[in-house]
Ligand binder design. Structure first.
Ligand code: FAD
Length: 143
């Protein structure tokens, strides 16, 4: 492993995400250089994140990985799967395949938490699609 990219949501990252022409130029040209000019990529990674020695030291030291995770990792904006749908024999499945809460009468959960695994798409439209699907199921279920 020779490339690493430990990132955090820093003030610098925040300011680069503001929509304005100078940021388009900065991020667009950096992305091009990053992809096509290995020297640029390697130098930038070294300047921003340190040398490979630091990476190798971290890999061998669990405490430094834990420290980094505590400092830099955050939940992001696409939290999901904390109350997942699953088969009857899945002990982690809070919900049955029609989003009924197992063991509770008359209660369903239909939101991003019901996703059985982290999706390879954005969560908003997927959550809406799940809600429409389960609304149809509820409406077609005789009461
Ligand atoms: C800053 C940000 C940016 C995002 N950008 C995108 C994006 O670009 N594209 C994308 O696909 N996804 C995006 N997401 C993720 C997306 O918004 C969520 O995955 C999606 O909204 C999840 O839907 P949900 O119904 O599970 O939860 P939510 O949309 O969070 O709905 C939960 C609702 O429950 C309400 N609520 C909470 N507690 C109570 C209570 N006790 N009583 C009554 N009501 C309560 C809340 O007010 C809220 O309205 C973003 C998320 C964030 C935070």
């Amino acid at each position: 492993m020779n490339t690493w990219f430990l990132s955090g949501y820093t003030e610098e990252a925040r300011s680069l995400s503001v929509r304005k022409p100078s940021n388009y130029i900065k991020t667009g040209s950096a992305a091009l250089m990053f992809d096509y000019v290995p020297f640029f990529r390697d130098t930038l990674l070294k300047l921003k994140f340190g040398t490979q020695d630091r990476m190798h030291a971290m890999i061998q030291n669990r405490d430094s990985i834990v420290d980094w995770a505590r400092e830099a990792v955050w939940s992001g904006w696409h939290v999901s799967c904390s109350c997942k749908i699953g088969a009857d024999n899945d002990p982690m499945a809070v919900l049955d395949p029609e989003c009924r809460v197992r063991g509770v009468e008359g209660l369903r959960v239909v939101d991003a938490s019901a996703m059985p695994s982290v999706i390879a798409a954005n969560t908003n439209i997927t959550t809406i699609a799940m809600a429409e699907k389960v609304a149809d199921i509820i409406l077609s279920t005789p009461s």
